[in-house]
Every structure is written in C-alpha cells, then in structure tokens.
Design a protein around this ligand. Structure first.
Ligand code: MF3
Ligand code: CO
Length: 254
C-alpha cells in the first residue's frame, strides 16, 4: 500500500528532511584526512538531537539482519556501497565516503545521502561521483504524477550504463514518511512504463548506488556493511522528494 500524505504529514516530513539536509551540510565541512567515521557520527547525532529529533537509523532492524543498526549515520568508504558502520577508521587522502542520514521527528521521517571526496581523488572516482549525482537528478525529473515508478528506475539505469558504470540491483529507494521504508520500492534499474503509478503527495526516497565495476554486492561479517564483490569503488546519492503534478519538490535539498 502506497500512502498519499496529508498536508500536515507533508509538513512533518518536510521538517525532518530539513534537519537531514542541514546535518549533511555540516558533515561535509568536517570530512577530511585524519577524521574518524565515529567522530562524524557524533557530530551528526549531536546536531540531530539539538533539533529535538532522533537519528532514524539508530536501532533500526531490517529483515534478515540480526543486529540492530548501531550508529546514527552510515559512512561507506570506497568499495563499501552503503550501510557502513562508523568506527575507528581514519579517513585517508584519495578515498570517497558516502554519508547517509535519516531523521525522525513528530513521528515522520526524512532520508538523504551524498558522497564526498577526502582530499585529492582520482579522475575516475570523481567521474563516478558526478555520474551518480547526475543520475539522481535524472531520476527525480521522472518522479511526477501519472508517471510510473520504473520510469525513474529506467532513467537512472540508462544514464549510468551509458557512462560505463553499473547500478546495484540488491538495494533500492523507497517510500518514506510515517516509516523509514514504505512502499513503493524504487529500484535503480527497470523497464520504462512499468511499476506503480505515481500520485500527487506521495513522498519517496530515490537513491542510486553506482559501482565503477560490476553491480554485484555482498554483506560483510558485521551484518550491515554492503561491499562491492569486485572490490571496486561505489558512490551513493539520495534525496527524499514530494511528488506533485509539476516538478517534484526535493525535500532534502540544501
Ligand atoms: N538510506 C538508507 C536506506 O534507506 C539507510 C538505511 S540504514 C539503516 O536503506 F540502518 F536504517 F538501515
Ligand atoms: Co533510503
């Protein structure tokens, strides 16, 4: 069941999304050589709590994983695709790191992610980040009332593949609002003209995960961290958006 949000619900989701966007902008300023991912996690959680909100990922349990997610944010470096757990790892020059933030306030969620460089990075990693971010916006353009979910998917996939990279198949975007993960599932691959019909006042998170090499991924021994199987880098960008009859509104825009 895909929820259509009321004006009041949209207002709450908008508030949570604003805190997500601000947290990501704050984190971006701290990413650099020498900082640990645990320090980034603390900066994010403190900021979220200071806004009378909670970090939505903390304690989250997903089907199949026996461990509740132990941190406030996800920090995924290089071959880590998503759900990297913050810890003592120190950021090094040349790495790329995906920062994924979820916030719950007044019972409603917002969710967004971006990937940033640590110091100087290779040209190919920069291109991976640029293509992934651009694919998100290309997907967002398709997220209008009366289009179908896989119009978003197909647009993301074709742009990414034209650029020589691959889209992760095992993880998807999702509806978001009353719950962190709602229907519909929003894959980053698929056939145009198929899937559920999009309607005004649906709120969804679109999140391309793009691999430089092959699309296959595996989950690490910690039960969370998703890694590329071939060890090549991956990038991730995500926005929560509101569907309308015209241009979608990016609720997690900064
Ligand atoms: N943005 C990610 C997602 O939608 C983050 C989830 S992390 C989790 O899957 F811990 F909450 F699972
Ligand atoms: Co998400």
């Amino acid at each position: 069941m895909i929820y259509i949000k009321t004006k009041k619900e949209i207002d709450y989701i908008r508030q949570s999304c604003k805190i997500v966007a601000e947290t990501l902008q704050l984190l971006k300023r701290y990413v650099g050589i020498g900082i640990t991912t645990k320090e980034l996690d603390k900066i994010a959680e403190d900021y979220i709590l200071s806004n009378n909100a909670v970090a939505a990922f903390k304690g989250y349990s997903q089907g199949g994983s026996s461990v509740n997610y132990p941190a406030a944010i996800c920090t995924s470096i290089d071959d880590e695709v998503v759900h990297g757990i913050p810890g003592n790892r120190v950021l090094k020059e040349g790495e790329i790191i995906s920062l994924d933030v979820g916030v719950q306030k007044n019972g409603y969620f917002g969710d967004a992610a971006l990937t940033v460089a640590v110091g100087n990075i290779s040209g190919e990693k920069q291109r991976l980040m640029d293509v992934t971010e651009r694919s998100l916006y290309i997907g967002i353009e398709e997220a209008v009332a009366n289009n179908r979910v896989h119009d978003i998917s197909a647009a993301v996939q074709s742009y990414v593949e034209e650029n020589g990279f691959s889209v992760v198949r095992d993880l998807c975007g999702h509806g978001v609002g009353k719950y962190l993960h709602e229907e519909p599932s929003v894959p980053n691959f698929g056939k145009k003209g198929t899937g559920a019909k999009l309607k005004e006042d649906m709120t969804i998170a679109i999140e391309p995960m793009v691999n430089m090499g092959r699309y296959s991924v595996k989950t690490n021994y910690d039960g969370w961290t998703v890694l590329t199987t071939d060890g090549m880098p991956s990038a991730h960008f995500e926005h929560t958006i509101l569907i309308s009859n015209g241009k979608p509104e990016i609720l997690t825009a900064c």
